[in-house]
Design a protein around this ligand. Sequence first.
Ligand SMILES: NC(=O)CCC(=O)C(=O)O
Length: 300
Amino acid sequence: MAEHGSSACSHPSERKYKIALCQLFVSKNKLENIRHARELLEAAADGGAKLILLPEMWNCPYSNELFSLFAEEIDADDLSGSPSCGMLAEVSRSRKVTLVGGSIPERFGSHLYSTCCVFGSNGKLRARHRKVHLFDVDIPGQLTFKESATLTAGDELTIVDTDVGLLGIGICHDIRFPELAILCAERGADVICYLAAFEMNTGPLFWEVLQKARALDNQLYVATCSPARDLTINHAAWGHSTVVGPFGEILATTGHEEAVVFADIDYAYIREVRLRLQLEKQKRKDMYQLVCVSNCIRHI
Ligand SMILES: NC(=O)CCC(=O)C(=O)O
């Protein structure tokens, strides 16, 4: 169901608007993280952004030891159990912006998830996406981490209809799996938002190429948002929040410090690129197809 009353709205394929990525420092003080996130979100809204992203685990340092301590219950009808989501709802309503609210540790029964909440420009919770591909890695001498030791994987892909168009949502390691992006594109997503905290070991090699690949494969916009780098913690983030266009070009990016990154989105440009390079038409669906297991897509 689309929302109403946005200045960004025209025919969906002609929408133009400004996107902003809030690359911020995350501390061990949750209330301070919420206050600081609000500050950057408001700066992004003041800068004219209609769609604003936060990074993966923005209210909590990225650590298996801390996820449970920082976790919140998210009840769509009563956000009083989630100070982080309460703030997101307030900012989206007061500033009339769509927020892709990074991820926070979510407690649901005995499970913990890395969960992204998307708020519409009326302040309503539009979607809740749980990280699908958990980051378990073992590169001897460099990086060993097992996210699945504390978190449970989500089992739905999310495509959410907002004032600024159809958004596909992925969380960090999800970007390595082209299937998720293809399914979002096949269902009409204009932008895929990846909330991330790529590692210092893997970031330099993979981060940029993965963003370009997902954008190019699907001829759409890819927007990524990382925390700023903090070398005093175990899993310092690579940073480099970026917006990539449907031709695989970097439209805006940054280094590893705190920053609000702005870029212009123009859906007519997606159509133009798809006309120039007609990949969808050229696909050999008589030879291959991506099958989606029933109920795995949440299209809101
Ligand atoms: N938080 C994550 O999912 C990290 C993913 C990552 O660094 C990768 O290389 O994949």
